[in-house]
Design a protein around this ligand. Structure first.
Ligand SMILES: Nc1ncnc2c1ncn2[C@@H]1O[C@H](COP(=O)(O)OP(=O)(O)OP(=O)(O)O)[C@@H](O)[C@H]1O
Ligand SMILES: [Mg+2]
Length: 305
């Protein structure tokens, strides 16, 4: 299968870990999902062929779903590669065919510098924090929870958006309110909780537990007083933990449809002293690439069926 590591449209560009972001001069952004994979905030040299297309389709599905459910506005305008201006291609080595299915055109917003994490289950940094303190981001939790336990109610656990090269850091709601203001924080918390509640019900009926997920919101510069808009991708295996309902069992790590599979492979390298989670990342073997493709494909199929 054809793969895409990076792109070179003739437009002002910024490169995220997974996506290349271009600015159009009318306030729109062209976001191109490559096949890059990042783990522990390191971009790996090996691509996952087709991953950018799977992510784009799944995020488009969810953004339209969130709008149709009337939860909040999103940045999504189009996913049509034909909406990229002709002039952007003249000196590009990539072709419209290569970018088809990888493009999200969105309203450019001022990004609110808080990652809106919602957790329905206890894993990852939430689990680690709970083991040390009995709390996650200042939210006290009952004693005796296990790894991957389902929480009585989903919790909102904000994180700071790290500068390039840094890791996101879990923060309390009080700290998040200091950064963006308490009214704004309340709004994006309510939107995040509502999206998570409804989307996780949708996913559960289709055999997937959304254990946790991350949203980003922005403010429309032309309408700064309006409610924040959901931006970026949402509810994909890159931004969420997806577990099969059928094999869920607390007290251990779960099989997953997301990057956890790659992380587990990488942890075997770390345990052998072959990698220390810093740049440059290691190559992935062929079977891990294929396993990741299969998981992302299956998540898309189940969630959009
Ligand atoms: N509508 C939007 N307006 C402004 N920025 C957006 C919008 N949608 C997404 N973004 C930004 O585009 C980037 C998406 O690319 P990607 O996910 O690859 O980056 P990242 O590595 O996660 O983030 P970073 O830029 O923090 O390194 C994110 O930085 C996100 O905040
Ligand atoms: Mg991102």
């Amino acid at each position: 299968m054809e793969t895409l590591f990076q792109t070179d449209l003739s437009l002002p560009k910024r490169q995220g870990k997974v996506r290349d972001i271009y600015e159009l001069d009318d306030g729109r952004l062209v976001i191109v999902a490559s096949d890059r994979l990042s783990a522990y905030d390191v971009v790996l040299p090996t691509t996952i062929p087709g991953k950018g297309r799977l992510l784009t389709r799944l995020a488009e599905f969810w953004l339209r779903w969130i709008e149709s459910e009337g939860i909040c506005r999103t940045h999504l305008l189009s996913t049509d590669v034909a909406d990229i201006p002709q002039s952007a291609w003249t000196e590009a080595s990539v072709t419209p065919e290569q970018l088809a299915g990888r493009v999200t055109i969105g309203r450019r917003c001022e990004v609110l510098p808080i990652e809106c994490v919602v957790r329905g289950y206890l894993e990852g940094s939430g689990w680690r924090e709970y083991v040390q303190t009995g709390e996650v981001c200042g939210v006290p939790l009952p004693k005796g929870l296990e790894r991957c336990s389902k929480l009585d109610e989903p919790i909102f656990t904000p994180a700071t958006k790290a500068e390039q090269g840094e890791h996101d850091e879990n923060i309390s709601a009080e700290r998040a309110a200091e950064i963006i203001g308490s009214d704004r924080l309340a709004k994006i918390r309510d939107f995040s909780m509502e999206i998570y509640a409804r989307a996780s019900a949708h996913a559960r009926e289709r055999g997937i537990i959304i254990a946790d997920t991350k949203f980003e919101f922005g403010v429309d510069p032309n309408d700064p007083k309006a409610d924040p808009i959901l931006i970026d991708e949402a509810l994909t295996p890159d931004s969420s933990r997806f577990w099969p309902v059928s094999s869920y069992k607390p007290g251990q790590s779960q099989p997953s449809f997301d990057k956890q599979y790659v992380r587990e492979y990488l942890e075997t390298l770390v345990a052998r002293g072959e990698w220390d989670k810093s740049e440059p990342g290691p190559e992935l073997p062929e079977d891990v690439v294929r396993g990741t493709q299969e998981r992302y494909t299956e998540a898309l199929r189940l969630l959009t069926s």
